[in-house]
Design a protein. Structure first.
Length: 304
């Protein structure tokens, strides 16, 4: 059974079942037209379709599928899902779109950064391309009109340069993708997601500071669920991203090799993710440490 939840009038959460419940959420936003925000993994489509059915929506009711960015846990299911949603258009940043129309580079990159075993878990073999004729590209700043409800598509770089955050104007709700990290409500902990090669700490902080100037009353995390603690979580996201950066930077300065850096970050990741199965923390440590190291190298090269 798929878990669904009414978040607010016209906004519903569907658990995309990323390996287990409670890790990846997709959202239905309902005006006279209906949008789905995020697609989850390539294995998520059956859960999303069942969730839609439970909430009273048919596949042909969906006009738009909006993805915050072209990473596998947000858009890996786009190709499969679009085949099931006959009237939907896919809305994605113009720099993310090529990876969904031709996933070859996305899949090769994922195999490189995740390793074969982890790549299996993401079911890369099930990822299929999205028909280019059904893709609408955006750059941030556009409005998506759902007739009676509007989504403003905010440019929100940091986690990656092509990240967007849809902003629902009626409830002032921000679909924050991976910009702020993973939020676990029962533990009330926010934990960064900082994969190489595109994560940028400086730009993450700039984007969050820009969003802090807006009237946002609800955060809708892709991992996982809603929170009304907007200002506190914005501040916590900046603090955590900065703290992880300091840990990696200090460990790198000790010059004892990559394993030492992973171990240092792993200790913090375990502290920040007490709810996560340890195999996920073990996989996250090298991936996220590399994100910071690549960022630091890029900044150093830029400042020469
Ligand atoms: Zn993600």
């Amino acid at each position: 059974m798929t878990v669904t939840e009414k978040i607010a009038e016209g906004i519903y959460l569907i658990d995309a079942h990323m390996w287990f419940p409670g890790l990846a959420s997709v959202y239905l936003v309902v005006g006279r037209r209906v949008a789905l925000v995020e697609t989850g993994l390539s294995t998520s489509a059956p859960y999303i379709l069942e969730g839609m059915r439970e909430l009273g929506f048919r596949p042909e009711d969906i006009s738009f599928v909006v993805v915050t960015h072209a990473h596998l846990d947000h858009a890996g299911g786009a190709g499969i899902l679009m085949k099931q949603l006959p009237r939907a258009r896919l809305v994605v940043h113009k720099s993310g779109a090529p990876h969904l129309v031709d996933p070859t580079r996305l899949l090769n990159g994922a195999r490189r950064s995740l390793g074969d075993m982890v790549a299996d878990r993401y079911r890369l073999d099930l990822v299929v391309p999205v028909d280019v004729a059904r893709v609408d590209t955006v750059e941030g700043g556009e409005n998506l009109d759902l007739e009676g409800r509007k989504l403003e598509l905010m440019a929100a770089p940091g986690h990656c340069p092509h990240h967007i955050c849809p902003y629902e104007l009626q409830h002032r709700a921000l679909f924050c993708g991976d910009l702020l990290g993973t939020y676990n409500k029962p533990y009330d902990i926010l934990s960064p997601t900082t994969p190489a090669p595109e994560f940028n700490l400086r730009i993450t902080v700039e984007t969050i500071n820009r969003l802090k100037q807006m009237d946002i009353r609800m955060l809708l995390f892709s991992h996982f669920g809603p929170s009304a603690e907007v200002e506190r979580l914005f501040d916590s996201a900046i603090a955590k991203h900065t703290c992880w950066g300091q840990i990696v930077e200090e460990a790198a300065r000790e010059d004892r090799g990559p394993e030492h850096i992973y171990q240092k970050l792993l200790a913090q990741i375990r502290e920040d993710n007490p709810f996560m199965p340890d195999w996920l923390n073990l996989e996250a440590a090298p991936m996220y440490a590399k994100g910071y190291l690549t960022y630091l190298e890029r900044e150093a090269a830029g400042h020469k």
